[in-house]
Design a protein around this ligand. Structure first.
Ligand SMILES: Nc1ncnc2c1ncn2[C@@H]1O[C@H](COP(=O)(O)OP(=O)(O)OP(=O)(O)O)[C@@H](O)[C@H]1O
Ligand SMILES: [Mg+2]
Length: 220
């Protein structure tokens, strides 16, 4: 993929299909900058082509058909979960985030990608150094937030309180949406604590993948 809009760009015949010329395109440059600022892993322009899989076809269709603008305006939340690793949870969360950001290019506070284990480690460190983490503000303002790898382990009291405070801040403003990814486990409630379980899991729309590990299948 050369650019997000290569199929629809009005100037396609003149400047598209030549990545060098994208340097002159404001929309392209804004999207590049915004995906960097949104902390989305991967090289720009980030593209994820996933093969259709038999068992998760219906889930893929539901995610593809999800009206992401409506999802955000209504402040909804979605959990993409699976008992298996490497079957596209993070990839789908990124796809939805990028889809939304591509529609809102040029606006501020549209999207952010947060890997929870990393964020919690940074939060623990920030307590020692009395540093203020940039995403504390982002949490309460960004329109669409992806929180990746929720419940990868049991949260400590500090981690539970930190995340609870962040999510509660976010709940105060209407029109802020969140996508969570997690590895489902029967003791999810225990790992998260019941207040986070209620906010993250109970209230969200859920999409469950059942396919096995697809690492190495990638076209990226
Ligand atoms: N349907 C698919 N077709 C092709 N590649 C796929 C498919 N599903 C996943 N992959 C590839 O597998 C790798 C892992 O995907 P991803 O990180 O989204 O998995 P995950 O479910 O988040 O894994 P984990 O549970 O370990 O966090 C990526 O390189 C991704 O492109
Ligand atoms: Mg993942």
């Amino acid at each position: 993929m050369l650019c997000w809009w290569e199929r629809t760009c009005l100037k396609k015949s003149v400047i598209c299909n030549d990545l060098k010329n994208c340097k002159d395109c404001t929309r392209y440059l804004q999207m590049k900058l915004q995906t960097e600022m949104a902390n989305i892993p991967g090289e720009f322009p980030i593209e994820h082509r996933l093969d259709e899989t038999k068992k998760d076809l219906q889930s893929y269709i539901t995610l593809k058909q999800l009206d992401i603008q409506d999802f955000v305006v209504n402040g909804r939340s979605l959990v993409i979960e699976s008992e298996n690793s490497g079957n596209g949870k993070t990839t789908w969360a990124k796809k939805l985030l990028l889809k939304y950001m591509a529609k809102k290019v040029g606006r501020i506070n549209t999207g952010y990608f947060l890997n929870l284990p990393i964020a919690l480690a940074e939060a623990r460190e920030a307590i020692q150094t009395k540093e203020i983490l940039p995403y504390v503000k982002i949490f309460s303002t960004v329109r669409l937030l992806v929180i990746d790898e929720v419940a990868s382990k049991k949260l400590s009291d500090f981690e539970e309180q930190w995340l609870l405070r962040m999510i509660s801040e976010r709940e105060k403003t209407p029109g802020l949406a969140t996508i969570y990814t997690l590895n489902s486990t029967p003791n999810l409630k225990e790992l998260l604590g019941k207040r986070l379980y209620s906010r993250i899991y109970t209230k969200s729309q859920k999409i469950k993948f059942v396919e096995g590990d697809k690492r190495g299948w990638s076209h990226q």
